[in-house]
Design a protein around this ligand. Structure first.
Ligand code: HXC
Length: 257
């Protein structure tokens, strides 16, 4: 697999997607949206991959959607563009995805990180939805995902003022799960990704689906959904293996089915 705007590599059961438009601070153009989505969908379909990591560069994870590409768009251009649909397809990836964020994650960059299942950040990370300063607004789910992640007060503050949040504030607010030194970022993320990829793949898919249901349904419906999935895990070989391994005091050997 080779792409114009991203680099891809795999390490055992972990796939890495690195945004690669460094001169533009990884500004997300349409080609990049196509490349990221295509790579993620291919890794999602590959049963030998258990977790996908998305990262950028030290200065910028991604400084937003490509403003230069958008400047002259008409309403009908924006309406016709498959841009939003591409990001929806990324959100539909069933395998766990981790964003490893260093430097700027602004606008579409912050939104891309939030489409991932969780964010691990370097202490240099800066998050923001500065679209209001350009006379526009978040368009890849930012107003919805940021609000669910950090609550109304902070989301309104960020989106209406366009200010940036540093990594410490983002961790306090619940936007990121861990903050580490920049030089440790990829090791930390790979450790987490390897841990996830070593679990039973159908189990991690179901766990992801259940947590996501918390964002999309009410409590009673979410709990019922969780219960059905929990019961379904008993149809998996990996449930038998995981529990047998515990009882026999040995590490499990999952067959991912
Ligand atoms: C296009 C961008 C860009 C962007 C940076 N660049 N961000 N190009 N789109 N979003 C380019 C600059 O034009 C410049 O190219 C080069 O990258 C380096 O950027 P500088 O501004 O010179 O770097 P610096 O002074 O360090 O400032 C970094 C920065 C700033 C604070 C991140 O670049 C910035 O504010 N960028 C825009 C952030 C933003 O508004 N993001 C939201 C975009 S709208 P040249 O060729 O001049 O050297 C959005 C909408 C999402 O994301 C929804 C869409 C559907």
């Amino acid at each position: 697999m080779s792409y114009e705007t991203i680099l891809v590599e795999r390490r055992d059961r972990v796939a890495l997607i690195t945004l690669n438009r460094p001169k533009q601070l990884n500004a997300l153009n349409v080609q990049m949206a196509r490349d990221i989505t295509d790579a993620a969908q291919k890794f999602d379909a590959d049963e030998t991959i258990g977790c996908i990591v998305v990262t950028g560069a030290a200065k910028a994870f991604a400084a937003g959607a490509d403003i230069k590409e958008m400047t002259d768009l008409s309403y009908m251009d924006a309406h016709r563009l498959d841009w939003f649909h591409l990001w929806d397809r990324l959100a539909d990836v069933r395998k766990p995805m981790i964003a490893a964020v260093s430097g700027y994650a602004l606008g579409g960059g912050c939104e891309l990180a939030m489409i991932c299942d969780f964010i691990i950040a370097a202490d240099t990370a800066k998050f923001g939805q500065p679209e209001v300063k350009l006379g526009v607004m978040p368009g890849i789910g930012g107003s919805q995902r940021l609000t669910r992640a950090v609550g109304k007060a902070k989301a309104m503050d960020m989106i209406l003022t366009g200010r940036m949040m540093d990594a410490a504030e983002a961790e306090r607010a619940g936007l990121v799960s861990r903050v580490v030194a920049p030089e440790k970022l990829l090791d930390e993320v790979f450790d987490a990704a390897k841990t996830i990829a070593a679990m039973s793949l159908p189990s991690t898919r179901m766990n992801k689906e259940a947590v996501n249901a918390a964002f999309e349904t009410g409590l009673a419906q979410g709990v019922r959904f969780e219960r059905r999935l929990f019961q379904a895990t008993f149809a998996m070989r990996d449930q038998k293996e995981g529990m047998a391994a515990f009882v026999e005091k040995r590490p499990p050997s999952f067959s991912h089915d």
